[in-house]
Design a protein around this ligand. Structure first.
Ligand SMILES: Nc1ncnc2c1ncn2[C@@H]1O[C@H](COP(=O)(O)OP(=O)(O)OP(=O)(O)O)[C@@H](O)[C@H]1O
Ligand SMILES: [Mg+2]
Length: 362
C-alpha cells in the first residue's frame, strides 16, 4: 500500500474539560474523495482545522506524508480549505480573489494571469475574471472559492459543507461537478457534510462520526449495506429496526418468528437489533408474507409509495413500493435472507470488522 497522505494517530482535542475529539485514528490515501459525515457538533470542522493547522491537537499525532506536523504552521502545509461561507473578499473582483494567495507569495504578474485563467477554466468560469463578487450567483461564488483554493495547487483540498447554502438543483449539479473535478485533478478531497445522500453520491470513503469519535468508516456501499449499529443505520438512509434474538449463525428471531439470514459470529441467543431497509420489503398477500402488518398510512413520493404500518407487536414498518396499499388493510411483507441485517449492541469497528472477516471465511 502507498504511504497515506494524512494519518491521525489517536488524536484527542479538548477545550478545557470538554472533549471534542476522542482517540480519532485514520489514514487518508492520495487521490481519493473522503467525506466526514455526522450530526452538528460531532467534530467534523475540528478535524479539518487540525489537518489544516488552524488548531493544535491536545494529544496524539498528525502526519502529512509520513511526517509529524503537529508543530508545523498552517501556511507550511500543502493543504487548502474552502470554508462554508466561502470567505470571498467582497471588494475584489473574481480575478483578484483568486490571485490573492499568489500575490502574497510574490508570484509574477504573467504567471498569476496564466494560473488564474487556468483555474477559472477548471471550474467553468472562463471569462468571469472581471466580474464583481456581488454579481455572481451562489453556485458561481462557490466555484470562485474552489478556484481560489486550487490555484495554490494543494495536494489536499478541505471542503467544509461547501454546498449547504445552495438550493437543491444547484447543489446536485455542484456535487457532480466537484466529483468530476476531483477525479480529473487527482487531488485528495476531504469533504464535510451532514447530508447523507450527498455523502453516498460523492465519496470513495465515508467516515461516520458521532460525539468526537469515528463510529464506522468504509465505502458508501459498505456503510449502507452493513451499518455497524442503529445510529449509522438511521443516519444513512431509512431503516426499519426491531429487537431480535440471534438463535444461531444464519438464524435470527424477531416479531415472534425465526428467519433465515446471512449474519453470524454472535453468541447464541444474543439480543440484537434487526434492520431491514424499506426498499427491500415488498408487499404481498397476508398468507404469502413473512410478516403481517396493518397499514396506517400511505404517501406518494414520486418514484414510490411510502407505506407505513405496524405489526402485532406494535413495531412500525416503512415500505417503499411501486404498488399501492389500502389504509386500514392487512398486508404481508416479503424479503430475502440477505435483506436482513443483524446488528450487535456496543460493537466497536474493530470487533465488527474482525467478526465479518472470520464469519465470511467459513
Ligand atoms: N473554540 C472552541 N471552544 C470550545 N468548544 C469548541 C470550540 N470549537 C468547537 N468547539 C466545540 O467542539 C464541538 C465540535 O465542533 P465542530 O465545529 O467540530 O462540529 P461540527 O461537526 O463541524 O458541527 P457542525 O455540523 O454544526 O458544523 C462542538 O461541541 C463545539 O461546540
Ligand atoms: Mg462544522
Amino acid at each position: 500500500m502507498k504511504e497515506p497522505i494524512i494519518t491521525f494517530k489517536k488524536v484527542k482535542k479538548n477545550y478545557d474539560e470538554t472533549v471534542v475529539l476522542n482517540n480519532v485514528s485514520f489514514d487518508i490515501e492520495q487521490g481519493k474523495f473522503y467525506t466526514l459525515l455526522g450530526p452538528s457538533g460531532c467534530g467534523k470542522t475540528t478535524i479539518l482545522r487540525l489537518i489544516a493547522g488552524f488548531d493544535e491537537a491536545s494529544q496524539g499525532e498528525i502526519l502529512l506524508e509520513g511526517k509529524r506536523v503537529n508543530d508545523i504552521p498552517a501556511n507550511k502545509r500543502k493543504v487548502n480549505t474552502v470554508f462554508q461561507d466561502y470567505a470571498l473578499f467582497p471588494h475584489m473582483n473574481v480575478f483578484e480573489n483568486i490571485a490573492f494567495g499568489l500575490r502574497i507569495k510574490k508570484v509574477s504578474q504573467t504567471i498569476i494571469e496564466e494560473k488564474v485563467k487556468e483555474v477559472l477554466k477548471m471550474v467553468q468560469l472562463d471569462g468571469f475574471g472581471n466580474r464583481e463578487i456581488s454579481e455572481m450567483s451562489g453556485g458561481q461564488r462557490q466555484r470562485v472559492a474552489i478556484a481560489r483554493a486550487l490555484v495554490n495547487e494543494p495536494e489536499v483540498l478541505l471542503l467544509d459543507e461547501p454546498l449547504s447554502a445552495l438550493d437543491l438543483k444547484l447543489r446536485t449539479d455542484m456535487q457532480y461537478e466537484l466529483r468530476e473535478l476531483q477525479k480529473r485533478l487527482g487531488i485528495t478531497f476531504i469533504f464535510v457534510t451532514h447530508d447523507q445522500e450527498e455523502a453516498l453520491a460523492m465519496s470513495d470513503e465515508i467516515f461516520v462520526l458521532r460525539k468526537g469519535k469515528i463510529i464506522q468508516s468504509g465505502t458508501p456501499v459498505d456503510i449502507y449495506d452493513e451499518p455497524i449499529n442503529r445510529f449509522v443505520a438511521d443516519f444513512i438512509g431509512e431503516s426499519n429496526i426491531v429487537p431480535g434474538n440471534m438463535i444461531e449463525d444464519n438464524c435470527v428471531e424477531f416479531v415472534g418468528k425465526s428467519f433465515e439470514c446471512v449474519d453470524g459470529g454472535m453468541k447464541s441467543n444474543e439480543s440484537v437489533e434487526v434492520m431491514i431497509r424499506p426498499e427491500d420489503l415488498s408487499l404481498t398477500t397476508v398468507e404469502n408474507g413473512k410478516l403481517q402488518v396493518k397499514v396506517d398510512s400511505q404517501l406518494f413520493r414520486g418514484v414510490h409509495y411510502e407505506i407505513v404500518g405496524h405489526d402485532d407487536d406494535g413495531n412500525e414498518w416503512v415500505v417503499h413500493s411501486t404498488r399501492k396499499a389500502k389504509e386500514g388493510s392487512r398486508v404481508g411483507l416479503s424479503f430475502e435472507p440477505e435483506d436482513i441485517h443483524v446488528m450487535r449492541f456496543n460493537e466497536t469497528e474493530e470487533e465488527f470488522d474482525a467478526r465479518l472477516e472470520s464469519y465470511d471465511e467459513e
